[in-house]
Structures are given as structure tokens and as C-alpha cells.
Design a protein around this ligand. Structure first.
Ligand code: GSH
Length: 291
């Protein structure tokens, strides 16, 4: 569990919990180097009611496993100040790919996670960070890189940590094939969920089952854990839960390779840290469909 908040005495309130949602507090100062997260240290805050900046002592440390999201009321981040930041949303499967990659490579102290509230996005995100106004985006070396599949390759190639790129031509060829199928896979499953094609989800999962049987030395697509597993897991996680709940379709039934893959994926902390609560995930999907 990481520490992500502090209590200070601010403005008119005797003691309040600080989070970037409630306060004009740049997330980078909240979390950077974990410097201000000790009792007795101080933090610079801007009072929303009068806009004045003050230095306040930290009165308590609040524990939570996740950094709060930034929203339209959050102070702009000092972009291109030399920091490396990964902008994500906790609910976005594309962003989850980049988040898992960062975790697996042990880059938690090198790449700061900046979660954005997509429903109430800060205007400065589009203006100053990423004109596409989407997540994920990585700020690194004075530029911003988007598109999750490009991004996971970029992180794997440009940062230290265990490699997620397979060795050997055969594995590389399968990796390329599977990475380029990832969007079609999602479209096929969505087509069943939308009621357009009853069989396309089954066919798409059969393709996955087949692919998982190609290398037998390990449970993952290319036997060892790789970018291909990272690319698929956020989507398989969602579809597995949603198809079961909404259509009573168990995608692991008759697919032992997939069942084992899911089981093994759930032992990888870099991924489990990024998982959403399953019930919330399904409820969010249902709400979106009904809207
Ligand atoms: N092709 C992009 C898709 C990214 C994407 O669509 N992200 C969604 C959240 S899951 C987003 O930022 N949506 C905001 C918007 O479209 O305005 C990728 O692979 O990174």
C-alpha cells in the first residue's frame, strides 16, 4: 500500500484531507520523492476560496492504494520540467497497458503516475499535455507519446527493467501478429455484446485459445510474460467479467489455455495492482450501455 495523501490545516477548515481533487495542489509535489508525506513536514497549498498560497504543516498521513485523479479544478502540472509522467485513467483499458508495463519494469520511481478524471478533465490536459486529449500519454524527454501499443513498446525499449520483448524470430512474428489483432479482437467481442453478431466473441476467444497453444514452455502467449500479455489482459479481464454477467457466457469454458493464462496473470503483481473492482467494472459497463 502506498501513501498518497496528507492532512493539513488549510484556509478556514481546521483540518482537512488533501487530495488533488479537493485542493489546488499539484500532484507532483504531493507524491514526488514521497518527501512531504511525513508527519511534521510541510506542504505548500493554494486556498481555493481566496487563491492565496500558504505553507502548512502536515498533520496526518492518509493511506490509500491509489493516487487521486486530477480533474477540472486541479492546478496545471508543470509540463516539461524534466519529470517523466504517465497520464492514465483508472478505468481505461488502453491506459492500463502502459501502467502494467511501467509496474512490471519496476519504474514506479522513474515514471510518475498521473491519473485523470476523464469525465471532468482538466482543460490544461488538452492544451498543455496531449492535444489528442486521451489517455494514456507519456511525458518523457520533452515530448508526449500516446497510443497504448506504441507506448508499451516505447517504455520497454527506452527504460531499464526486465524486457517484455520476445527473443527469436518466431516469437517476434507471433507478437506482431497478435498485437495487430488486438483491436479486431475487441471489436469482435463488442459486436456480440452489442447484439450484432452472436458468434464473433466465441470466434475471437477461439483465436486467443489457439494462440496460447503455440508455445508450450509457459502459460503466456510467447511462453514468457511479454507485451502481448500486457496488450490483451485489460480487455480479456473486462470481457471475461462482462460476458459472464450480461450473457452468461463463460469464455474459459472449453478453453484450458485461456483459463490457465487468466490464473497466471492474476499472480503478476504489476497487473493485479491495476485491476478494477470486478463488480464496479460490470456496473460501469451496464450504466454506459443504458445511457
Ligand atoms: N487508440 C488509443 C485509445 C485511447 C483511448 O481511447 N482512451 C480513452 C479512455 S479509455 C480516452 O482517453 N477517451 C477520451 C476521449 O476520447 O475523449 C490507445 O490505444 O491509446
Amino acid at each position: 500500500m502506498s501513501v498518497v495523501g496528507v492532512k493539513v490545516s488549510v484556509c478556514l477548515y481546521p483540518s482537512v484531507a488533501l487530495s488533488s481533487r479537493d485542493f489546488s495542489l499539484p500532484s507532483s509535489s504531493l507524491y514526488h520523492d514521497r518527501k512531504i508525506l511525513r508527519l511534521g513536514s510541510s506542504v505548500r497549498v493554494r486556498c481555493k476560496s481566496n487563491g492565496k498560497r500558504r505553507t502548512e504543516p502536515v498533520l496526518a498521513v492518509i493511506e490509500s492504494s491509489r493516487v487521486p485523479e486530477l480533474d477540472s479544478s486541479s492546478e496545471p502540472i508543470q509540463v516539461f520540467d524534466g519529470s517523466t509522467r504517465l497520464y492514465i485513467s483508472y478505468t481505461c483499458p488502453f491506459a492500463q497497458r502502459a501502467w502494467i508495463t511501467r509496474n512490471y519494469k519496476g519504474l514506479q520511481n522513474k515514471i510518475e503516475l498521473v491519473p485523470i478524471d476523464l469525465k471532468n478533465r482538466p482543460a490544461w490536459y488538452k492544451e498543455k499535455v496531449y492535444t489528442a486529449n486521451k489517455v494514456p500519454a507519456l511525458e518523457h524527454n520533452n515530448r508526449v507519446i500516446g497510443e497504448s501499443l506504441d507506448l508499451i513498446k516505447y517504455i520497454d525499449t527506452n527504460f531499464q527493467g526486465p524486457s517484455l520483448t520476445p527473443e527469436g524470430l518466431e516469437k517476434q512474428a507471433l507478437a506482431d501478429e497478435l498485437l495487430s489483432y488486438a483491436d479486431s479482437f475487441s471489436k469482435a467481442v463488442r459486436s456480440t455484446l452489442n447484439g450484432d453478431d452472436n458468434n464473433s466473441a466465441e470466434t475471437a476467444f477461439d483465436y486467443i485459445e489457439q494462440a496460447l497453444s503455440k508455445f508450450n514452455e509457459g502459460p503466456f502467449f510467447l511462453s514468457q510474460f511479454s507485451l502481448v500479455d500486457v496488450a490483451y489482459v485489460p480487455f480479456i479481464e473486462r470481457f471475461h467479467l462482462i460476458l459472464k454477467d450480461v450473457m452468461n457466457m463463460d469464455v474459459t469454458s472449453g478453453r484450458p489455455n485461456l483459463a490457465l493464462w487468466i490464473q497466471e496473470m492474476n499472480k503478476i503483481e504489476a497487473y493485479t495492482e491495476t485491476r478494477q473492482d470486478p463488480q464496479e467494472l460490470v456496473e460501469r459497463y451496464k450504466k454506459r450501455v443504458q445511457a
